[in-house]
Design a protein around this ligand. Sequence first.
Ligand SMILES: Cc1cc2nc3c(=O)[nH]c(=O)nc-3n(C[C@H](O)[C@H](O)[C@H](O)COP(=O)(O)O)c2cc1C
Length: 328
Amino acid sequence: MADISTTYMGIPLKTPIVVAACSISSLVDRVVMAEKAGAGALVIRSLFEEQIQVAQQRFDDYLSVGSESFPEALSFFPSIEHGQADEHLMWVEKTRKAVKMPLIASLNAVSKGSWVKFARQLESTGVDGLELNVYIMGTDPTRPGSDIEKELFEIVESVKAEVSIPVAVKLSPYYTSVVNVAVELDKRGVDGLVMFNRFVRPDVDIESETLHNEMFYSSPEEMRLPLNRVARVYGHVKADLALNTGVHTGADVARALLVGAKVVQVASALLINGIPYLSTMLRDLEAWMAEKGYDDLDEFRGKLSQKNYPDRFAFERAQYVNLLLSQH
Ligand SMILES: Cc1cc2nc3c(=O)[nH]c(=O)nc-3n(C[C@H](O)[C@H](O)[C@H](O)COP(=O)(O)O)c2cc1C
């Protein structure tokens, strides 16, 4: 039987399938089920910057009421423990106690801010790592992309300064040069790069002529983008790469590792097929490894990355042009 253990950000994992931040982590039973199915680790759904701001706002309100009226107002403090951010921290602690597999907390960021101190609070729950889910919207027409990247780097630097557990950054695929962004983050000492986050955007309902948000899962074709970008980043950074979006089968896990991923992160496939399906993905990966004669993951990891692939233009636009021109 092949050895499918690995490490991710220095954390030993039994398998290379990490459950991505999603609703699976909302119920302890499901987290336990994921561990039983063979998950290497699980990312707990994000604590969103907006949730923290709500808690912070309430905290500020209490303090100002207290200073204006009566000092013992601070005895009201316990009531904000039930704010969303605090509930989240309690939830992470509870989940930590329920399973042995490595757990990674996730912190969402859309701007620089005082919320960074929550990184340390998440660390204090006993999680093994922290994933930073950063997406700064480029909506201001006067703001150049370089400025958005600068803000990303500053957020990452401030979170890194706050904690001593490994930190991964979950990237958007929409940077002009995502390879360069990966290298710059690597220089700032990130331990992992999750490639990529998948965004849910409002759609247009032409009947009611309104915008509506609907949750829909990824399709396997969506894996092509992270596959291509991981192949390009592999070998240029020390950080471990976690391929995310569109990983639906054991064969997809093999694909991800072949281009250089250390692990994959999976949400949709488990939400569609049920959490025990994770064990089917692992069995299929092992079957493929046995067929190829691989004893462990390092034997084939990165074999098809841009660095190791003999035809270095295979990942470039030329191939795209050939493909388009061959269609009739
Ligand atoms: C129901 C649901 C909830 C999610 N919640 C989060 C979240 O809290 N934080 C986060 O970074 N990503 C979140 N995601 C995104 C996933 O972690 C993952 O990046 C995305 O679904 C792509 O992976 P997939 O193709 O395996 O679904 C969520 C996805 C789903 C489907």
